[in-house]
Design a protein around this ligand. Sequence first.
Ligand code: ZN
Ligand code: FE
Ligand code: FE
Length: 303
Amino acid sequence: MGLIIGCHVSFKNDSQMIGSVNEALSYNANTFMFYTGAPQNTRRGEIDLKKKEEALKIMEDNGIDINKVIVHAPYIVNLANRENFDFSVSFLKEEIERCNRLGIRYMVLHPGSAVSSSREDAIKSISDGLNFILDNDYDVKILLETMAGKGNEVGRNFDELKTIIDNVKYKDKIGVCLDTCHLNDAGYDISEFDKILDEFDNKIGIKYIGCVHVNDSKNIIDSHKDRHENIGLGTIGFDNLINVIYNNRLESVPKILETPYVSRDDNSKEREYPPYKYEIAMIRNKIFDKELIDKIRKDNTRN
Ligand code: ZN
Ligand code: FE
Ligand code: FE
């Protein structure tokens, strides 16, 4: 089995997963991740099964395995908040149904944030929510993402994730998504990734890892910030990220880039150009290109 590498792509209501897979192919990716609508809201359209079939055909023709494609739940859903609990549960149930209709087997979820309660209660609320959402009707797993620990985010260490998972009834429906930027910002040293995996294996079990978000970080270790940086340009660095991507204990796990779009020039705040084709090429060659940003800008302004 070779490297399974992809990135965040769009999912538009008119083209649905056809647009997503074509975007992924344009970056030379062999997997991808998308939100079923805008990441910051919960408005969602109907899943069109004819479009799904067409997308599956494109995937089959290009060697993309639907079993490695990821959906990301919107990040405003918060199972730790008892006030919006019923809405979050029903939305995530529908999201699982949408994944099931699309043939997607993994949905990444930010565990939640303790807004008006203790961390203990937040953690309890999250596992309660998951027990309402998960059932054996659908072959869709929820992957809890490791978080940077910004504000009162839950999931800033493996102990918190373990407590949630311990309280989930259907163990084969729950897993974890490691995010390298979030791990770094939470205090884990990515340069010692095998030690991180050992700790994870002891506390939770390697087999629970269903996805890795590969991002560099704009901030130093233990900063609790969560600002993603392009591959090789942040505090984690290219070689450490390559060691994560090619770690043989995670060979069958899809690696997904969520690195920032590149601005037109240093003065522009607007992020316009997707970096993924270039980053995926660097990752496949295992060679860092110091001119990455300049190259992306040049290519995009050429015509
Ligand atoms: Zn995420
Ligand atoms: Fe992530
Ligand atoms: Fe993040």
